[in-house]
Ligand binder design. Structure first.
Ligand code: AMP
Ligand code: ZN
Length: 493
């Protein structure tokens, strides 16, 4: 029996605006697609928040026992400046400015992305496809949409015909926009604009002579549209209909709206059962964004080198700070909030470390099973990590009361309590206990340093029984003292 059979998960579906019982299309299996980064610059902390929200969701689905195929792409072509229909490709522009091959830009920032995610203890997705690796699939989809009559070719570019699509489908249903309003609110088409209507979006763009990223196609040399790549990669790896599509809230329109239109035009049915959108990380009350410069890089967080920070924060503290907010709520970054999270995180890790040593009794004065279920109830309620965190702090309170002799716990309950705390904090929230890492470094160095000093003093006083005792007992703990001409050092055996 898998956990998902007893824990009834509900998710907030942006498409319906309702919290719905999560029932995957195929029992026990989940297909999840999340729009990945456009690799033309270093990921900022805002990007990391969205990916972290889906890492937590991935972790929880796996924890429930689902077999999850998690696809998160790398956008390495087709994403134009300002997410608009014209302008330069973000990667091609960076390559031009830095006099690099576009694929050098892609490689540099993909490596940065991976290294940051690793520091934050992300689980790798099951598949990480690139847009440039799926040009053939994208061309096939365009041919299909052209055949169905929902697109038109003009001067070597192909555009999606939004008005035509809207005659028989509903363009705007995800973002809650109406095509008539969009038409009323948009500018007239500029004279040089080749689209029939401003709402139409590019499936394929003709590459002008100077455009360095180009591929041959039935419509001439060009490059694919940004929205199309996600349709191509999600369909290829998860099928025409899959369970979860995620991304940041800012991608709802136009990106995800266009993905729905493309897939419906192509296959005649909706591509996704549950649309999940993660909310934004703000700084000074404004969205963190590359383009405005209102952002902070993860490495600045870890080194403390940014003037909004009073000190460095470890990846796990930043992760804990993010997990203390619900993924659908806006979260504002500040030094005070991070500092409060750091204190909470330390308290939590200290409590977890001390659990093994809790004295047990013949009965438990509180119901561990009930506390555990409260944690699951929080997560089952659309991944409510702030509620789960509150539940962890309730546990910290209990741990301290047991230590003070005001609460009791049986051996069996203690084992369950420890196991559940570990599942919640480490498996689901993805935190890492930096206490243990510290114990292997700073604290260990100072403690052994002190013992070496006491041993030297004992030897100077010819108190060899004490000096030998220190050496032998450390050796028994696996800490080997090595006497050399420059003094005593130690190694772990
Ligand atoms: P991009 O690399 O610009 O395509 O963005 C990658 C992901 O980061 C997308 O899912 C965006 O929605 C998300 N994102 C961008 N800015 C923020 C922010 N300030 N807070 C949270 N997510 C963001
Ligand atoms: Zn996408």
């Amino acid at each position: 029996m898998s956990l998902y059979q007893t824990q009834k998960l509900k998710v907030y579906n942006s498409l319906t605006g309702e919290k719905e019982v999560f029932e995957p299309l195929s029992e026990g299996h989940v297909g999840m697609y999340v729009c990945g980064p456009t690799v033309y610059s270093n990921v900022h902390l805002g990007n990391c928040r969205t990916f972290m929200s889906f890492d937590m969701i991935f972790r929880y689905l796996k924890h429930l026992g689902y077999k999850v195929r998690y696809v998160r792409n790398i956008t390495d072509a087709g994403h134009l400046e300002n997410d608009a229909e014209d302008g330069e490709d973000k990667i091609a522009k960076k390559a031009r400015l830095e006099q690099l091959e576009p694929m050098e830009v892609v490689q540099q920032y993909t490596l940065d992305f991976h290294s940051i995610l690793q520091k934050f203890n992300f689980l790798p997705p099951s598949i990480e496809p690139t847009a440039t690796g799926h040009i053939i699939e994208q061309i096939e989809i365009i041919k299909n949409i052209l055949e169905k009559g929902y697109a038109y070719e003009i001067n070597g570019s192909v555009y999606f015909d939004v008005e035509k699509f809207n005659e028989t489908h509903e363009y705007g249903k995800l973002s809650g926009r109406k095509l008539e309003d969009m038409i009323a609110n948009t500018r007239e088409l500029a004279a040089q604009d080749e689209k029939k209507n401003p709402q139409d979006f590019a499936l394929w763009k003709k590459a002008e002579a100077q455009h360095i990223m180009r591929w041959p196609s039935p419509w001439g040399d060009g490059f694919p549209g940004w929205h199309l790549e996600c349709t191509a990669m999600s369909t290829k790896y998860l099928g025409e209909t899959f369970d979860i599509h995620g991304g940041g809230m800012d991608l709802k329109f136009p990106h995800h709206e266009c993905e729905i239109a493309q897939a419906e035009a192509c296959n005649g049915h909706a591509p996704v059962k549950y649309w999940l959108h993660a909310n934004m990380l703000t700084l000074n009350g404004k969205k963190m964004a590359k383009s405005t410069g209102n952002n902070i890089l993860p490495n600045e967080m870890f080194s403390g080198e940014n003037n909004i920070l009073s000190k460095p924060y470890t990846p796990s503290v930043v992760r804990f700070f993010m997990m203390q907010a619900h993924y659908t709520s806006i979260l504002d970054l500040s030094d005070e909030a991070l500092s409060a999270s750091e204190k909470g995180f330390q308290k939590l890790m200290d409590a977890i470390d001390s659990m093994e040593k809790l004295t047990t009794s013949s009965s438990s004065s509180f119901n561990v099973e009930e506390w555990k279920q409260k944690g699951y109830d929080a997560m089952n309620d659309d991944f409510n990590t702030p509620m789960l965190t509150a539940n962890l702090f309730e546990a910290v309170k209990r741990i301290n009361l047991i230590k003070e002799g005001k609460e009791t716990i049986t051996q069996k309950d203690k084992e369950l309590f420890i196991e559940t705390m570990h599942s919640f904090a480490f498996d689901i929230l993805g935190l890492e206990n930096q206490n243990s890492a510290m114990l292997n470094s700073d604290k260990l160095n100072s403690v052994v340093g002190l013992l070496i000093q006491l041993r030297n003093e004992a030897r100077a006083n010819k108190d060899f029984s004490t000096s030998d005792k220190i050496r032998d007992q450390l050796a028994a703990m696996g800490i080997q003292l090595n006497d050399g001409k420059d003094g005593t050092t130690f190694s772990l055996s």
